[in-house]
Write a protein that binds this ligand. Structure first.
Ligand SMILES: NC(=O)c1ccc[n+]([C@@H]2O[C@H](COP(=O)([O-])OP(=O)(O)OC[C@H]3O[C@@H](n4cnc5c(N)ncnc54)[C@H](O)[C@@H]3O)[C@@H](O)[C@H]2O)c1
Length: 331
């Protein structure tokens, strides 16, 4: 980096398009995200729980700092979640910026759009967790067919090699149509519109949800539809699934116990935070047990960790500098 950037004098600014043009594939993102999860699972990181501000009910901004020594990656994502954005403004519900710093001097070295990184590292976490917890399902279910739903369907085929079908569900028909239009030409596994949340839940061994994050659970999926042996991987905290399911699961695994406790303190688990078995990174790193029997019901809640953002962001920065992309701005 020192050869390409006058550290302390300038930083590199990358737009969303430039970040995407660095050309990282889904496999690359899976590799980088795995490294970040292993660093987390082996406790080789620093990442305080997100702090946030909340201009209205149900919206949040989060400050997400992290340091991953093994990757010389340090920085902070500043991300918002405005669930009404698509409807009100035709804008994504999640947008943000990533700031990266030089580990040696501390100086800022990059500011880049974090929307694409978020949309890629999130399904990578789901899929790496699914691979560790339930590697050979025949059917995968996806609730929510927006930005995250689309990327989840693209990523899932990279690791769940036995898949025969992907069932999708969204309250908006147009979102399901768009997902099929965009993703089906890219993957061999058939994507099918589920008839109802109940039908999708009962048809799949592994399921994920990326809908909205609300203080009070919507509990769209009733607990009685969920059976032993399934693996549920929500990206939307405790909103979509009946909270009873997480509490009665044989294992409730989370990406960050500290983050989940913070969300519980903010009021996101009105019925109480279920007992946490271990963290996703520990399962991926092999330092904690994942699935121990075919009958176990496992819920693995991944709310998003800055360690993943800074590791992917650092790789994007290095590649962008190599490719001479982006604008250098004076400090
Ligand atoms: N865990 C993480 O790391 C992480 C990262 C990014 C986003 N998220 C969360 O994932 C969720 C989705 O994000 P996105 O960027 O894909 O948003 P998006 O707006 O692009 O898509 C959300 C989709 O969910 C659908 N939906 C809403 N309520 C539904 C319901 N009751 N049943 C079925 N479908 C429903 C919407 O119609 C929409 O198509 C948000 O809650 C966001 O905060 C989590």
């Amino acid at each position: 980096m020192k050869d390409e950037l006058r550290i302390g004098r300038e930083l590199l600014y990358l737009t969303r398009e430039e970040v995407m043009k660095t050309g990282f594939t889904e496999e690359d993102i899976l590799g980088l995200t795995r490294d970040a999860l292993v660093a987390h699972g082996t406790k080789d990181y620093e990442m305080p729980a997100k702090i946030g501000v909340h201009p209205y009910k149900e919206v949040f901004f989060h400050a997400m700092p992290a340091y991953v020594p093994a990757k010389e990656a340090v920085g902070m994502k500043w991300i918002e979640c405005y669930p009404q954005n698509p409807e009100r403004f035709g804008l994504p519900q999640t947008t943000g910026l990533l700031v990266l710093n030089d580990v040696a001097s501390g100086c800022p070295v990059a500011v880049m759009d974090a929307t694409w990184i978020t949309s890629m590292r999130t399904p990578a976490v789901t899929v790496l967790a699914a691979e560790a917890l339930h590697p050979r399902p025949e059917a995968f279910g996806m609730f929510g067919c927006g930005v995250q739903g689309i990327e989840h369907c693209k990523f899932v085929v990279h690791r769940l090699k036995n898949l025969k079908k992907i069932y999708i569900h969204d309250i908006r028909e147009a979102a399901m149509d768009r997902l099929i239009r965009e993703v089906q030409p890219l993957i061999d596994v058939e994507i099918v519109k589920g008839k109802s949340p109940e039908a999708v839940t009962k048809s799949c061994q592994v399921l994920s949800s990326a809908t909205v994050i609300l203080l009070d659970p919507l509990a769209v999926v009733k607990d009685e539809w969920v059976s032993k042996g399934q693996t549920l991987l929500p990206c939307d905290l405790n909103t979509f699934w009946d909270p009873v399911t997480s509490s009665r699961a044989d294992k409730y695994i989370v990406d960050s116990a500290e983050e989940h406790r913070l969300f519980a303190d903010m009021g996101y688990f009105p019925d109480g935070l279920p007992e946490i078995a271990c963290e996703t990174g520990e399962v991926v790193a092999g330092t904690a047990k994942g699935r121990e029997s075919a009958e176990e019901l496992i819920v693995c809640s991944n709310i998003g960790m800055a360690v993943c953002d800074v590791v992917v962001g650092r790789a994007v920065l290095d590649r962008a500098l190599e490719m001479k992309m982006g604008r250098k701005l004076p400090l």
